[in-house]
Design a protein around this ligand. Structure first.
Ligand code: NAD
Length: 300
């Protein structure tokens, strides 16, 4: 597609499962994308779709209007911001950085303050919707930051998502995302328990799912991940390892604020169990295997 120079250019750092699809949608919307990732193969593949490969975060950002990061966790984002040749040292020409990874809200506030001291805006904008939402540009984007920075970021969000909400000041996007993750994990746990009970009682699990979807127990998890749970299919989508990371971030924030979250504590132990059984690289629906093991059953 022809690039439209009136559309802002983006230095995109982190083109993994999610970032690759998001960068492709920015390209489709006509933005110039300068991409950087530690993975040279991923970079070459994206270059085949029109992205300009960069040799460092600084190179991706230097001539771009904004920089977007989509990295695994807090240390990687801090590395790209604070490391040698990072975005603090070499901010994007348009002086706006958006982090769309799921990271610590405490780290977000520190990064925002450090960038603000250099007259660079920062928006934390984690996403929900998974790789399918990323591919279809239907992500839900929850953004925290100053109103003026959000306003500048919004046109870029429109290329990647459909539900775009400014939820508050710096770190608020991450807090809302962590609330989202807590609900997702506990919902998966509830579905696993219902399937374990239904199976033991000899109920048809496909029919059980259909009935629940028609009533007040309906949920995105049951709709989208239920079939894989029933089939015993643990293949990756959103990985167990990433949810475990998110639950750690939930607990860190809860402890800092003295908020008791007993449900989160319990489901976190089941994620530890899943990882101990080598399921870290599997999709989140593999939480049902914890229940398979407890009841000595196998569905896969
Ligand atoms: P991923 O592991 O597939 O991709 C991360 C990319 O970052 C990789 O390509 C990796 O090479 C690159 N990277 C790591 N460290 C780097 C560094 N220092 N410099 C440059 N590149 C570096 O992860 P993902 O699934 O795309 O998730 C990214 C973020 O989005 C995570 O915070 C995750 O929690 C969040 N998220 C993921 C999903 C999902 O379904 N996968 C959904 C919502 C949110």
């Amino acid at each position: 597609m022809e690039r439209n120079t009136s559309k802002g250019s983006v230095g995109f750092i982190g083109i993994g499962t999610m970032g690759r699809e998001m960068a492709l949608n920015l390209l489709k919307a006509g933005h110039v994308v300068r991409a950087y990732d530690l993975n040279a193969e991923a970079l070459a593949a994206l270059a085949g779709h029109g992205a300009l490969p960069a040799a460092s975060p600084a190179e991706a950002a230097r001539e771009s209007d904004i920089a977007i990061t989509m990295l695994p966790d807090t240390p990687q984002v801090e590395d790209v911001i604070y490391g040698a040749g990072g975005l603090l040292e070499t901010p994007p020409a348009g002086r706006l950085v958006i982090d769309m990874s799921t990271i610590s809200p405490v780290a977000v506030r520190r990064i925002q303050a450090d960038l603000a001291a250099r007259q660079v805006g920062f928006v934390d904008a984690p996403v929900s919707g998974g790789p399918i939402g990323a591919r279809n540009a239907t992500l839900s984007i929850m953004a925290g930051g100053e109103a003026a920075d959000f306003a500048r970021a919004e046109p870029y969000f429109r290329a990647m998502g459909t539900t775009i909400t400014h939820v508050g000041g710096p770190g608020a996007g991450q807090t809302v995302k962590l609330c989202n993750q807590l609900v997702c994990a506990l919902n998966l746990q509830a579905i696993s328990e219902a399937l374990a009970l239904g199976r033991a009682a000899g109920v048809d699990l496909a029919q059980l799912r259909q009935v629940l979807l028609g009533g007040s127990a309906a949920s995105w998890m049951l709709d989208k991940l239920g079939p894989a749970m029933i089939a015993g299919d643990a293949s990756a989508g959103f990985r167990i390892d990433l949810m475990f990371k998110d639950l750690r971030l939930v607990q860190e924030q809860a402890q800092a604020l003295s908020v008791p979250l007993p449900g989160t504590a319990l489901v976190t132990t089941q994620y530890i169990d899943a990882r101990a059984h080598g399921e870290g690289g599997n999709g989140n629906q593999a939480l049902f295997r914890v229940y398979d093991r407890m009841s000595n059953q196998s569905r896969g």
